[in-house]
Design a protein around this ligand. Structure first.
Ligand code: GLN
Length: 568
């Protein structure tokens, strides 16, 4: 196993995740099986209980792991499926060591940070690195290890110490250290500043780690003089100081790394059995994004719109779909509470602006969420989309809002609600799932990959969603919820026209709702989160359906799918 460890200096949010994903993609295209591990030096055992406002989206894996959003970047770029163990946190490591101590595994020894915690970290990395992640069942060749935070943080010290020891455990020829740094530009003359990088590398050195490659994040290309300066002061050959400057879209990053010969540097240092990377498909992808200029606007109606990272996978899924249809995605952010009647009274301008956006966009997404705030706005929005033929995709809470809206407007059950928002409602359209714990918060939802059985519509036709999934009988998508559609109300809802065309394997849990295409161009809700499995070259079908409908191209697409299937 070969390891590429990536650290970051100066500030967080440098794009370390994109850089490391791009290195992985480059190596994958050189013929290697790649995997990745993210180290988060915080005490939470996982990201599940963290506020999206502070940390961005909680990404969900097949095994139900609730992890840092960087694992989403890895999965999308490397086309892999990771597990909860691919996200190591301080909390998990300590928990493991304390568990062993209680079991008596340390045979009476004093349990210490060095060597017990540091050994645990190294064992963990070695154990997880070899797990197959690409569906082939084979062990990966290269494991990328990202150390979260910045070098010099107290929190990450123990991980850096573990990695210092790790170079000896696995051997120098099996581990390479890439440091991602920031090269800011100051003043009107625009001089690229190298000091922050020098300081970052000095910090690394002080803990016994030496970078083999430095990736410099900067607005513009690194100047030759800057490269030389970094090379001299940081004791890294100039060829190994790479420019990772801002580019028109992130798909260019792996291409830029190949241009600078990073694959051959890694080949030489790690003795990798690789061929020249085949970047044809990837180049086309990057170019297609640049040349797709006709806009398509999609509103995202949420409650965490202040931090767009909270909806990272939703944004990515919309982008993947827009790329597939050759459009330039324009996301319009709408704070759901601004759509509510109360806002009309209190903040009339915001109310007017929010509704203005809804009325002029080409399509709408109501993503997942928790808690009361903004829910009535989402329900209003679903109602408007339904009655104005506006393509809408509701995800998780968005799906639940669509069902509540239908009960209220079409079934006439005015107080229909989710018991999450009104426990006393007479018409609980969405209820708490029986097997879920009300007391413990961490890891207690219905989480991870579960299958959804797709069924025909009431009139025997194949549902739009099933056609989008290539007429599949069932799909495996990821979940994260505590509430579900009340099974007792399903018959009434369906009789009134909103059809549940996907259910779990017991048949009792509603997974997908849609209005027939004769009634609405695209009105689809999913209890699961399709955004977690969308890939740049394989957009998630429900998102693709939304974007196609927003472009008015859904019917033509589905018809062409039928004829291509017939041809097969
Ligand atoms: N709050 C809802 C539930 O727990 C929806 C969750 C979500 O959107 N992820 O079921």
């Amino acid at each position: 196993m070969k390891y590429i460890v990536v650290t970051g200096g100066v500030v967080s949010g440098l794009g370390k995740g994109v850089t490391i994903s791009s290195i992985g993609r480059m190596l994958k295209n050189c013929g290697l099986k790649t995997t990745s591990i993210k180290i988060d030096p915080y005490l939470n055992t996982d990201a599940g209980t963290m506020s999206p406002f502070e940390h961005g989206e909680v990404f969900v894996l097949d095994d139900g792991g609730e992890v840092d959003l960087d694992l989403g970047n890895y999965e999308r770029f490397l086309s892999v499926r990771l597990s909860r163990d691919h996200n190591i946190t301080t909390g998990k490591v300590y928990q493991e060591v304390i568990l062993k101590e209680r079991r008596g595994d340390y045979l009476g020894k004093t349990v210490q940070v060095v060597p017990h915690i540091t050994d645990e970290i190294q064992d963990w990395i070695e154990r997880v690195a070899v797990t197959p992640v690409d569906g082939s069942g084979c062990c990966p060749d290269v494991c990328l290890v990202e150390v979260g935070g910045t070098v010099g943080d107290i929190e990450s010290m123990v991980f850096l110490e573990a990695l210092r020891q790790f170079q000896f455990r696995v051997g120098q020829e099996n581990m390479c250290l890439v440091h991602v740094s920031l090269v800011p530009v100051l003043g009107s003359v625009g001089e690229q500043k190298t000091k922050p990088t020098q300081h970052g590398v000095r910090e690394l050195r002080s803990v016994g780690l030496h970078p083999d490659v430095i990736c410099c994040r900067s607005a513009d290309m690194l100047e030759e003089s800057t490269r030389r300066k970094i090379s001299i002061f940081c004791h890294v050959p100039a060829t190994h100081v790479l420019t990772v400057h801002d580019v028109s879209n992130i798909y260019h990053v792996p291409l830029k790394l190949v241009e600078q010969n990073l694959h051959n540097m890694l080949k030489e240092q790690l003795k990798l059995p690789i061929h020249e990377p085949d970047m044809k498909e990837w180049t086309m992808l990057a170019q297609k994004v640049d040349t797709s200029t006709m806009p398509i606007s999609i509103a995202v109606v949420g409650k965490y719109t202040g931090l767009q990272d909270s909806y990272l996978s939703v944004i990515k899924s919309l982008k993947h779909s827009a790329i597939a249809v050759g459009r330039d995605l324009v996301i319009e952010w709408v704070e759901a509470s601004n759509l509510e009647a109360e806002s009309k009274e209190e903040t009339p301008e915001r109310y007017a602006d929010a509704w203005d956006v809804i009325s002029r966009v080409d399509g709408i997404v109501i993503p997942g969420g928790f808690g009361n705030r903004g829910v009535e706005g989402k329900i209003e929005c679903a109602s408007w989309a339904r009655t104005h033929n506006k393509p809408l995709l509701g995800i998780c809470l968005g799906f639940q809002c669509m069902v509540i809206e239908y009960c209220r407007s079409v079934l006439g059950l005015k107080d229909a609600n989710s018991t999450e928002f009104n426990e006393a409602t007479e018409h609980p359209a969405v209820i708490f799932m029986p097997e879920i714990s009300k007391e413990a918060m961490g890891g207690t939802m219905r989480l991870g990959a579960r299958s959804t059985i797709l069924s025909a519509r009431a009139n025997g036709e194949t549902s739009t969603v099933s056609r989008l999934y290539g007429n599949a009988d069932s799909v495996l998508e990821r979940h994260r919820h505590r509430y579900e559609v009340n099974p007792e109300m399903v018959a009434d809802i369906e009789a009134a026209g909103l059809e549940f065309v996907g259910r779990d394997d017991s048949g009792k849990r509603m997974e997908i709702a849609e209005l027939p295409s004769s009634v609405h161009p695209y009105y689809v809700g999913t209890q699961y989160h399709p955004e977690f499995l969308s890939r740049p070259l394989e957009p998630s079908p429900p998102f693709l359906g939304l974007v196609l409908a927003a472009c008015n191209e859904l019917d033509a697409y589905l018809a062409s799918k039928v004829s291509s299937n017939a041809a097969l």
